[in-house]
Design a binder for this molecule. Structure first.
Ligand SMILES: Cc1cc2nc3c(=O)[nH]c(=O)nc-3n(C[C@H](O)[C@H](O)[C@H](O)COP(=O)(O)OP(=O)(O)OC[C@H]3O[C@@H](n4cnc5c(N)ncnc54)[C@H](O)[C@@H]3O)c2cc1C
Ligand code: SF4
Length: 329
């Protein structure tokens, strides 16, 4: 492990100023991604700036939304009574992620910024990884890529976005609040992540030193029902092969409102806009759900090792839609 300096941030202004001035400084929150990657030799910042004492913890409510401080842990967010009542699929996605121990350390800001689980990214002895070493190639495309993406990929990177909770947050149009050298910003989550294209090492729109301060999550209407299904190789402590987060409002058998996002398939949390268009105004039945799933996966670009995901993702979405619709009948 490379030597590094450890500094405790006193306040947000100082944290942003210190990190912005030094490209070799990284923020440290729960450390469950950052420290793993440093121990594996993937990341080697000269300084870790510990932000865990900043006043960015806790959840506040309005009638329309909740605001989650970036340092709130996954477990704390899942335990919030309003999340349980009005955002059940957010709670489900949180509790299906990682393990209880990890969720008690892992912050919601850090969760959104977790890095790819690609084995070649996480092994610095592999030379070809455009994300870790821009311009070096992509070992996964011709290598083992069963856990990789089929939507939003490029010829330069096929790494999956691994966050579970980002899936319902994308469906809900959550907003990421930040503080940077140029002031504060409110960035819709659906515009926060960047597809790999030709620059897989640039994963989101944050500037270096820009701090996530909070996530604003709109509440679902009280008539809505929601659900998150995660399909994985084992039932706990595993990342998704496919997942779906769905919220529907159904009246008299007709879908009035639909919010759909997919996990386990995209290079970013995948908002399924086309599926929503199929669903909105249609009858809540399996035929319509299958059409929505076809629309959601239309742009998939599977490789041999990920071909199974196309059908699995469709089935996952249909099952999730059926479950939500069944809950309303
Ligand atoms: C074994 C294991 C299994 C896991 N399984 C799952 C799973 O099933 N589903 C899932 O969704 N996740 C899973 N995770 C990922 C886990 O949820 C993340 O590691 C965790 O949420 C990261 O949060 P953290 O506070 O520890 O972030 P850190 O590790 O401290 O930071 C992560 C990154 O975010 C940056 N950062 C952190 N906070 C801020 C901020 N406020 N502003 C700006 N930058 C910031 C850091 O500089 C770093 O680059 C798993 C992790 C492990 C180790
Ligand atoms: S998929 Fe992306 S992260 Fe994995 S080896 Fe290829 S470029 Fe690197």
């Amino acid at each position: 492990m490379h030597p590094f300096e450890y500094t405790l941030a006193g306040d947000a202004d100082q944290a942003v100023a210190v990190a912005t001035a030094d490209p070799h400084t990284s923020f440290l929150a729960g450390g469950t991604t950052q420290l793993d990657l440093m121990k594996d030799g993937v990341l080697h910042p000269a300084r870790l700036l510990d932000i865990t004492r900043l006043p960015l913890k806790g959840i506040t409510h309005t009638d329309a939304a909740i605001r989650v401080g970036a340092l709130t842990t996954m477990e704390e967010l899942a335990a919030d009574p309003l999340v349980r009542e009005r955002l059940p699929f957010v709670r489900e996605a949180l509790l299906l992620g990682a393990s209880t121990q990890l969720r008690n350390m892992a912050t919601i800001g850090g969760n959104l910024l977790q890095r790819a689980r690609c084995r070649y990214f996480r092994d610095p002895t592999v030379p070809a990884c455009n994300k870790r070493n821009p311009g070096s190639g992509c070992a996964a495309i011709t290598g083992i890529h069963r856990m990789h993406a089929i939507l939003g990929t490029s010829d330069h990177c096929i790494a999956l976005h691994a966050s579970d909770v980002a899936v319902p947050l994308a469906a809900l149009d959550a907003v990421v609040h930040t503080q940077g050298a140029d002031g504060t910003r409110a960035i819709p989550l659906t515009e926060f992540y960047l597809p790999p294209a030709e620059t897989p090492h640039v994963e989101n729109v944050l500037q270096h030193g820009e701090l996530i301060t909070a996530i604003e999550i709109p509440l679902l209407p009280s008539a809505a029902r929601s659900h998150y299904i995660k399909v994985r190789d084992r039932v706990s402590y595993e990342f998704a092969l496919t997942s779906a987060g769905v919220a529907l409002v159904i009246e008299d058998g007709l879908i009035q409102e639909a919010r759909v996002a997919l996990g386990g398939v995209g290079t970013l949390p995948w908002r399924a806009w086309d599926a929503e268009d199929v669903l909105r105004g249609s009858r809540a039945d399996t035929e319509v759900f299958r059409s929505a799933a076809e629309a959601a996966l239309e742009g998939a670009r599977p490789l041999p090792g990920t071909a199974f995901k196309v059908d699995l993702a469709k089935r996952t979405l249909v099952r999730t839609l059926e479950t939500v619709a069944g809950a309303q009948s």
